[in-house]
Ligand binder design. Structure first.
Ligand code: ADP
Ligand code: MG
Length: 641
């Protein structure tokens, strides 16, 4: 039989422990099972870390999206970014408190507390940051329970790498208040690396050093870590070689930069002085629109806003270039901080290079951020997992290991399934074969089969069957902006590279135009050992039939290209050829065309060997036509001076 795909099934543990990313802006809960880690909760599983306390007796506590949405309506009862206060004294947190809409006071022994004023029939409340965080955790816990259909009482929670003992302790307390036993606290960058399988024990695993670049809503954290696979009870060890960042820089600042532009223009539109203040409702609308514009510009080249201001309507189209120019200084600050942190880690790295840069945090979806990180560190950063989910996913991997899942590994030292791209006609051209050891790399040239294509779609597949429909699709992307060229002329260089961590980077470059696009995926993600075995079984079962079909499909595509150019040249040069030759050519064309037509209706209806022979015979017969065409075209060439 085949070599076992090591480790995939090993994440099934007896104990249910969830992984939680308790973020400054957003929080998430995940679980890891036989299919690997996954986020729990229905659509929009992210829970904004925002809690609103009742303004009147009988009102309920509001947590998450709804609390965030109405935050500006209830500034003093809506608590956000409470993570900044965890385990800190009011004095230490004073700098942060200045940015918060609610009141921060000193409690017992000077500890930071949140004061919520009295409302109708509700007394004033002084809350610890732990209590507020517990409200967010309780929401996550109940979402996890709803998704899993069973009680959840244990969790691994992530904390920033720089959290001190008091901050960690506060996080533990928050968990306990939410009815969760905190099995372990894991640094966020470690969790992110784990989500990619870095540092997990596996055959031949070596220590790996990585940089984790985390740009969230209000914070930027960068760390250089070394992960060493362990044994027995401790599946791995991690060491932070250097940490850095900026505790007040993040996606919110991008929003503010955009809001600034919008505000200036709105004031001008309303005929108000540039230093006038807008009413809170308008300001709130601007901030909300700004975030939406920013998010839209991560995928699109431009984004439009339309805000009804009553007397006037503010309409505006923002381009990605304009947005990038606006946020570029902030992005450069993060790059500088990351370079400084890497510099600090130099000594500990002792000449070793970092093997990966992992992107974390919603703000790393901004294309400029990805581009600058790629340029500054000379490698394709890891983005295959959603950057806003990767910490929670990693926490769940750690949770499953602590819950008794013994590894093996999430990762493999060999690829369990072949990797390739779909070609014209629906077959799969395999670039990297099953059981290749990682790292693995392959390169192949492709072209188009239709004239004037300005965009080429690349669909990436994994599996052993010959037809794309029978394989597992990993993703697709487009190389676009090509100048129109005849079929077969574009030269598309496709490179597949799987690195030591099992991350696949696919890139495609059209060589004549230089246009390039790419895709990053983790082929083993969401794949269990039993699925790999099923895929192998099915490929053996269908091997013969599949091969025939692949052959027929390729013959159809290539045969059609032959028919096309022979038809064109024959039309042009018929007069220069003798009738007997033209007759022979035409009969060979007709017989191949007939086979192609039949094969297109049902691939089983033709004998691929006969079809191959017909194509070869036509190719041979067309040589004279080709010679005539070339001679003619040489004659038509302008004379060179
Ligand atoms: P935190 O770790 O601080 O809790 P997140 O990692 O969830 O925060 O990041 C939240 C930030 O990511 C917000 O500023 C949000 O606007 C931003 N963000 C989310 N999605 C996108 C996107 N597609 N493009 C740009 N920014 C985004
Ligand atoms: Mg985060």
């Amino acid at each position: 039989m085949s070599r076992p795909a090591r480790g995939l099934e090993l994440f099934v543990s007896e104990e249910l422990i969830v992984g939680i990313d308790l973020g400054t802006t957003n929080s998430l809960v995940a679980v890891c099972d036989a299919h690997g880690p996954r986020i729990l909760g229905a659509g929009g599983a992210m829970v904004p870390s925002v809690v609103r306390y009742p303004a009147a007796a009988g009102e309920a506590l509001v947590v998450g999206e709804a609390a965030k949405r109405d935050a500006t309506l209830f500034p003093v009862r809506t608590v956000s970014s409470v993570k900044r206060l965890m385990g800190r004294s009011a004095t230490d947190a004073a700098g942060d408190a200045a940015y918060l809409s609610y009141e921060v006071v000193a409690g017992e022994r000077g500890a930071a507390r949140v004061r919520i004023p009295a409302g109708e029939g509700v007394p004033e409340r002084v809350l610890s940051p732990e209590e507020v965080s517990a409200a967010v955790l309780r929401e996550l816990k109940s979402r996890a329970e709803a998704a899993l259909g069973r009680a959840v009482s244990k969790a691994v929670i992530t904390v920033p790498a720089y959290f001190d003992d008091a901050q960690r302790q506060a996080t533990r307390v928050a968990g306990r208040l939410a009815g969760l036993e905190v099995v372990r606290l894991v640094p966020e960058p470690t969790a992110a690396a784990l989500a990619y399988g870095i540092g997990l024990p596996r055959a031949g695993a070596k220590p790996a050093s990585v940089m984790v670049y985390d740009l969230g809503g209000g914070t930027f954290d960068v760390s250089v870590l070394r992960l060493t696979p362990g044994e027995g009870d401790e599946p791995f060890f991690f060491q932070a070689l250097a940490v850095g960042g900026d505790s007040h820089l993040g996606g919110d600042d991008f929003d503010h930069a955009l809001t600034g532009v919008m505000k200036r223009e709105v004031l001008a539109l309303l005929g108000l002085a540039p230093d006038s203040t807008l009413d809170p409702a308008t300001t709130k609308a601007l901030v909300e629109f700004a975030e939406r514009v920013k998010i839209r510009l991560s995928d699109a080249a431009n984004a439009s806003v339309r805000i009804d201001l009553g007397e006037r309507v503010y309409e505006r189209v923002f381009t990605r270039e304009e947005f990038e120019a606006l946020v570029s200084p902030m992005v450069e600050r993060t790059i500088l901080a990351a370079q400084r942190t890497l510099e600090q880690a130099r000594e500990a790295l002792a000449g070793e290079e970092i093997s990966a840069v992992v992107l974390v945090g919603g703000s790393t979806r901004v294309p400029l951020v990805r581009r600058r990180v790629r340029e500054a560190f000379g490698m394709e950063p890891y983005t295959a997992l959603n950057p806003d989910e990767v910490v929670a996913l990693g926490a769940s991997v750690q949770a499953s290991l602590l819950g008794g899942a013994r590894s093996g590994a999430l990762l493999l030292d060999v690829l369990p399934l072949s990797l390739g791209v779909e070609t014209q006609g629906g077959a799969v051209a395999k670039l990297i074969m099953r059981n290749s050891t990682v790292p693995a790399r392959a390169r192949e040239m492709f072209s188009t089969s239709v004239d004037g294509q300005t965009s080429i779609r690349l669909s990436v597949y994994q599996g052993e069957r010959e037809m794309a429909a029978d394989c597992r699709k990993l993703g697709e992307f487009h190389v676009s902006g090509l100048p129109p060229m005849p079929a077969g002329v574009p030269q598309l260089e496709v490179v597949f590279a799987v690195d030591a961590n099992g991350v696949l980077n696919v890139s495609a470059t059209e060589r004549r135009s230089g246009r390039r696009a790419g895709l990053q995926v983790i082929p083993t993600h969401g794949l269990s050992q039993s699925e790999v075995e099923r895929i192998e079984r099915e490929s053996l079962l269908h091997a013969r039939e599949d091969m025939t079909r692949h052959r027929v499909v390729d013959l159809i595509v290539n045969g059609k290209l032959d028919l096309k150019w022979i038809g064109e040249r024959l039309a042009k040069h018929r007069a220069e050829l003798d009738a007997a030759y033209v007759g022979e050519l035409e009969s060979r064309v007709a017989s191949l065309r007939e086979m192609i037509d039949s094969a297109e209706r049902d691939w089983r209806s033709v004998d691929p060997s006969k079809m191959h022979q017909a194509k070869e015979a036509l190719d041979r017969a067309s040589m004279r036509l080709q010679e005539v065409a070339i001679t003619q075209s040489l004659r038509e060439q302008p004379r060179k001076l």
